[in-house]
Ligand binder design. Structure first.
Ligand code: PHE
Length: 365
């Protein structure tokens, strides 16, 4: 179903440039979609207040994919065939973005995912872009952190076998951690939406790891953390950006405290443009923006800058303009798109504290 954008009904007419957005506003990834939508809305409001693009105002048509790839694909088809948007923003979860990318590429409508990190998303074709780093880097970051900073020797892995993101990260982490002299004690799997992980966790406990790498999303990770403690595992969990949600603290409680994950951005970054974004976002939505909000904001601003530069609003012209993005000052890092349409950026490692994360370190590519 179409959800009205932050600004109310989408105005129609030739004085408006219509963008499309597909996000998880409900289901197991709901905080991803809500934060992303709010970040995008903030960028559009700012751009409209500054006069819009090419003398026109910007509006966005948002569809909820309910955290499902099939819905994401259908919503994308609707955006290109019915709404005739000039470009599409979304989604977060790589499996959803993969489903969207195929449709956007076939239709020749540019798509920018703010935060999908699986390499295959932009490999789908020349109309697909991202403003974040990719998982081969993110997996390396946590492997290196586990070896060099935490001095861990033996790590178990618990992966989500329904998620392209989780499968990809498992692969990279396993390879890098092993190359660095570490040992993977076992790799267990679950399927997104499962609620009982005790059998896998018990198998993991028997291998006596120093930590468990869980490259999943917050809704499962929070529950996994609690059940790990229940089966007697006291070691920290390690993860990736998919942990980033205020819900992680609620679901994981004290069981998730002391665990670490890699991410795109830290609200503790003292950079004035980051702090200004945080203040503006807080004023508008009442909470500290997470990485999804920051990347949604960045993706929308990269899109707006490209629309302004493009010689017209046709698919090829907008695609070429996005591809030229260089040294763009994003709040989640400076964005230069490489020839594979990915941003090359640093990552941060965050520690889970009591109701908030603590910045630990930054790793450059
Ligand atoms: N990188 C994740 C994926 O590709 C999505 C994500 C990004 C989740 C940032 C949380 C924060 O599936």
């Amino acid at each position: 179903p179409a959800t009205p954008p932050g600004g109310g009904e989408v105005p129609a007419g030739s004085d408006v440039i219509l963008l499309g957005e597909v996000g998880a506003l409900s289901g197991g990834q709901a905080t991803f979609g809500i934060s992303t939508r709010d970040g995008i809305d903030l960028a559009l409001k700012e751009a409209n207040a500054a006069g819009g693009v090419k003398g026109k105002k910007l509006a966005v048509r948002v569809y909820d994919n309910q955290s499902k790839p099939e819905e994401a694909a259908q919503a994308t088809t609707r955006l290109v065939t019915q709404d005739k948007v000039v470009l599409i923003l979304g989604d977060v979860a790589s499996s959803n973005s993969l489903a969207m990318a195929e449709k956007a590429q076939t239709a020749g409508v540019p798509m920018i995912t703010p935060s999908s990190t699986n390499p295959k998303v932009t490999e789908t074709g020349d109309y697909i872009f991202r403003v974040c780093f990719i998982d081969p880097f993110q997996g390396f970051v946590m492997a290196k952190f586990a070896r060099a900073n935490l001095k861990l020797n033996k790590v178990a892995v618990l992966q989500d076998n329904k998620s392209a993101y989780s499968i990809g990260l498992t692969d990279v982490f396993t390879r890098k951690f092993t190359e660095m002299g570490g040992k993977i004690t076992t790799t267990e799997s679950f399927s997104q939406g499962d609620t009982d992980y005790r059998a896998q966790l018990t198998a993991i406990r028997k291998t006596q790891p120093d930590a468990i790498y869980v490259p999943g999303y917050y809704s499962e990770v929070g529950v996994i953390a609690r059940q790990a403690r229940e089966v007697g595992l006291r070691v920290p969990l390690l993860g990736g950006d998919g942990w980033d949600s205020s819900k992680l603290f609620e679901l994981g409680g004290s069981a998730i405290q002391g665990s670490y994950f890699s991410n795109h951005y830290s609200p503790d970054n003292p950079d004035p443009k980051v702090q200004k974004f945080i203040a503006d976002y807080k004023a508008a939505y009442g909470s500290v923006p997470d990485a999804l909000a920051a990347l949604g904001y960045d993706a929308a601003r990269v899109a707006i800058a490209a629309l302004e530069r493009a010689k017209d609003l046709s698919g090829p012209a907008v695609r070429d303009a996005i591809a030229q993005t260089k040294d763009f000052p994003g709040v989640a890092g400076t964005i230069t798109l490489d020839d594979k349409h990915n941003a090359v950026k640093s990552a941060v490692v965050l520690k889970v504290g009591d109701g908030k994360t603590e910045y630990v370190t930054t790793v450059n590519p």
